[in-house]
Design a protein around this ligand. Structure first.
Ligand SMILES: [Zn+2]
Length: 72
C-alpha cells in the first residue's frame, strides 16, 4: 500500500498517509490544523521496482537493468 506525502498549505506541516488506491484521491485534512492538505508528488512508499530497473545498482552504483543484483 503506497504512502503518500501531504503538505498543509495552512500551517506548512507535512505528514504521510498510507492509503488504498481507492482512497488516494480523497481529501486529507491536516492533523495539526484541519486544513485540506495537498498531496505531494513524491511517494515514499516501497514501490515495486519498475520494469526491473533498480534505483541504484550495488554493482555499478547507477540505475541498471540487472535488478540491483547482477550475476557475479
Ligand atoms: Zn495544517
Amino acid at each position: 500500500m503506497p504512502i503518500y506525502e501531504y503538505r498543509c498549505p495552512g500551517c506548512d506541516s507535512k505528514f504521510e498517509r498510507r492509503l488504498k488506491f481507492s482512497e488516494m484521491n480523497e481529501a486529507q485534512s491536516c492533523p495539526a490544523c484541519g486544513s485540506e492538505a495537498e498531496r505531494q508528488l513524491s511517494v515514499t512508499a516501497p514501490l515495486p521496482v519498475a520494469a526491473g530497473v533498480a534505483a541504484s545498482c550495488p554493482t555499478t552504483g547507477k540505475p541498471c537493468h540487472c535488478g540491483g543484483w547482477a550475476d557475479a
